[in-house]
Write a protein that binds this ligand. Structure first.
Ligand SMILES: Cc1cc2nc3c(=O)[nH]c(=O)nc-3n(C[C@H](O)[C@H](O)[C@H](O)COP(=O)(O)OP(=O)(O)OC[C@H]3O[C@@H](n4cnc5c(N)ncnc54)[C@H](O)[C@@H]3O)c2cc1C
Length: 393
C-alpha cells in the first residue's frame, strides 16, 4: 500500500473516532453496549483494515493497522475490542486457513459490516488451557454437528458467525485433536446471552453461547481437521498485537488528558503542572508511551515478516515472541499510566465522568484476555530457554 492510501485509512479512522466519542461517552455512563461502534465503522469503511483489497478490505500492513487500533482505543478499550473480535481474531483465521469458498462467504460481508465475527476459544472450564475444552463436533453427511458452551466471548451476542474450536465427539488420546470451524449463529440451536457483571468495558459486547446439536456445513472447517490448536495460537499472535496496540492508545489518551489538565488546574497559586511531583506522573506516562510504541513497532514488523513468508516457522516464532513481549509490556504500562493519570486528576480522577478512570477500569482486562500476564511471561521465558522447558508439558 502506498503512503496516500495509508493516510486515507488513518483519516477515516480519525473521522470515526471523532463521531464516536460523544456517543461512546453517553453509552459508557449508562453502562450499555454502544451500537454506534459497529454502525459508524460500517459508515467509515474500517471493518477490514488489514484485509486484502480483492476481498473487500483496505489492504493495510500490520503496522498501519496497529496504529489504527491505537487511535481507536483512545476512545476506549470497548470500541477497540470490537475491532479485535471482528478483524484480528475474526477475519484473520478465515483469511489464513479458510477455503476460497469460505473466504468469499465471510470476508467481503464482514468488511462491509454485513457479517459480524467473533473468536470462540474460551469455555467455563477451559481458559489458559484451551485443550481442556469440552465443545464437540461430529460429522453427519456434509454437515458438522456442534455441542458445547463458549464463555467470555467478545462480540459474542452480536456475531453472525464465530470461529469455534471443538473436539471430535467421543475422541480420546491422540485422536482428541481440536479443529477450528466457522459457525453461523442463527437458529434456536445457538443460544446466546450477554454478560453484564463487568467492572468496565461496558460498551463492548461480551457474551456466552451454547450450541445444542447445532449444524454447520462441513466445508466451514478451517484448515485441516485436527489443526485447530495451531490455528488458535497463530490467530492469537494477531489478537495480542491488537491488544498491545489498543493499550498504546490508552496511554496516548492519558497523556493528552494530563497535559491539558495539568495546565488548566491551579492549586497553591500555580498550574499543577508546575509542581514537580505532578511532572513525575507525566514523565512516567510518557515513558510508558515511548517504550510501548517501540515494542509494538518491532512486534508489528515481525508479524508482517511472518505474514509475507507464511511457511517460515522461524519467522512465526519470532513474531509470537515479539508480540507476547509487546502485549505484556503495553498492557501493564497502560494500567500504570492510567493510574498516574487518575492521580493527576485528583478527586475528579476517581470518577467515571473523566477519561483517566474509564481507561483504568477498562484496560485491566488487557492483562487477562488473549493470554494472561502469567502465560505471556512463560511464553517469553520458554522461548529463550528452549522447547524442553515449555511450561505446559
Ligand atoms: C472481557 C473479556 C473478553 C474476552 N474475550 C474473549 C474472546 O473474544 N474469545 C475467547 O475465546 N476468550 C475471550 N476471553 C477469555 C480470556 O481469554 C480468558 O479469560 C483468559 O484466557 C484466561 O482464562 P480464564 O479466565 O479461564 O483464567 P484461568 O486460565 O483459569 O487462569 C486463572 C489464573 O491462573 C493463571 N494460570 C493458569 N494456568 C497457568 C499456568 N500454567 N501457569 C501459571 N499460571 C497459570 C492465569 O494466568 C490466571 O492468573 C475474554 C475474557 C474477558 C474477561
Amino acid at each position: 500500500m502506498n503512503a496516500d492510501e495509508q493516510k486515507k485509512i488513518m483519516a477515516d479512522v480519525e473521522a470515526y473516532c471523532q463521531e464516536l466519542r460523544p456517543i461512546e461517552e453517553v453509552c459508557y455512563l449508562e453502562h450499555k453496549f454502544n451500537e454506534a461502534i459497529v454502525s459508524l465503522a460500517k459508515k467509515h469503511n474500517i471493518m477490514g483494515i488489514p484485509v486484502p483489497k480483492e476481498l473487500g478490505g483496505r489492504g493495510a500492513d500490520s503496522l498501519t493497522y496497529a496504529r489504527c487500533l491505537a487511535r481507536i482505543n483512545q476512545e476506549g478499550t470497548g470500541p477497540r475490542t470490537f475491532f479485535s473480535g471482528q478483524t484480528s481474531i475474526g477475519q484473520f483465521p478465515i483469511l489464513k486457513y479458510g477455503s476460497v469458498a469460505t473466504k468469499k462467504k465471510y470476508i467481503p460481508a464482514s468488511c462491509k459490516g454485513d457479517a459480524i465475527l467473533a473468536f470462540g476459544l474460551t469455555e467455563p472450564d477451559a481458559g489458559s488451557n484451551p485443550l481442556e475444552g469440552t465443545t464437540t463436533y461430529r460429522r453427519q453427511g456434509d454437515k458438522l454437528i456442534l455441542n458445547g458452551v463458549k464463555y467470555l466471548i467478545s462480540n459474542g451476542t452480536i456475531a453472525t458467525a464465530v470461529n469455534v474450536f471443538a473436539f471430535p465427539e467421543g475422541a480420546t488420546g491422540a485422536d482428541r485433536r481440536m479443529s477450528a470451524i466457522v459457525v453461523d449463529t442463527a437458529g434456536a440451536s445457538f443460544e446466546k446471552e450477554q454478560l453484564h457483571a463487568k467492572p468496565g468495558m461496558f460498551t463492548s459486547d461480551t457474551g456466552m453461547f451454547q450450541m445444542t446439536e447445532h449444524e454447520v456445513p462441513a466445508e466451514n472447517m478451517l484448515g485441516e481437521e485436527g489443526n485447530g490448536f495451531r490455528i488458535a495460537m497463530h490467530t492469537l499472535v494477531s489478537g495480542r498485537l491488537s491488544v498491545a496496540s489498543g493499550c498504546l492508545g490508552v496511554i496516548e489518551d492519558c497523556l493528552i488528558e494530563v497535559l491539558r489538565y495539568a495546565k488548566e488546574r491551579h492549586q497553591h497559586g500555580k498550574p499543577i503542572g508546575k509542581h514537580q511531583l505532578v511532572q513525575e506522573h507525566i514523565a512516567m506516562i510518557e515513558m510508558a508511551r515511548a517504550t510501548s510504541d517501540a515494542m509494538i513497532e518491532r512486534a508489528a514488523m515481525a508479524k508482517e515478516a511472518s505474514e509475507l513468508d507464511p511457511k517460515n516457522s522461524e519467522k512465526l516464532k519470532e513474531a509470537d515472541f515479539r508480540v507476547a513481549q509487546a502485549k505484556f509490556h503495553a498492557s501493564n504500562a497502560a494500567w500504570q499510566a492510567s493510574d498516574h493519570a487518575v492521580q493527576v486528576f485528583g478527586g475528579r480522577g476517581w470518577s467515571e465522568l473523566y477519561r483517566p478512570f474509564r481507561h483504568l477500569q477498562d484496560c485491566r482486562v488487557c492483562r487477562i484476555y488473549e493470554g494472561t500476564d502469567e502465560i505471556m511471561k512463560m511464553k517469553i521465558a520458554t522461548a529463550l530457554l528452549g522447547k524442553e522447558y515449555e511450561a505446559f508439558k
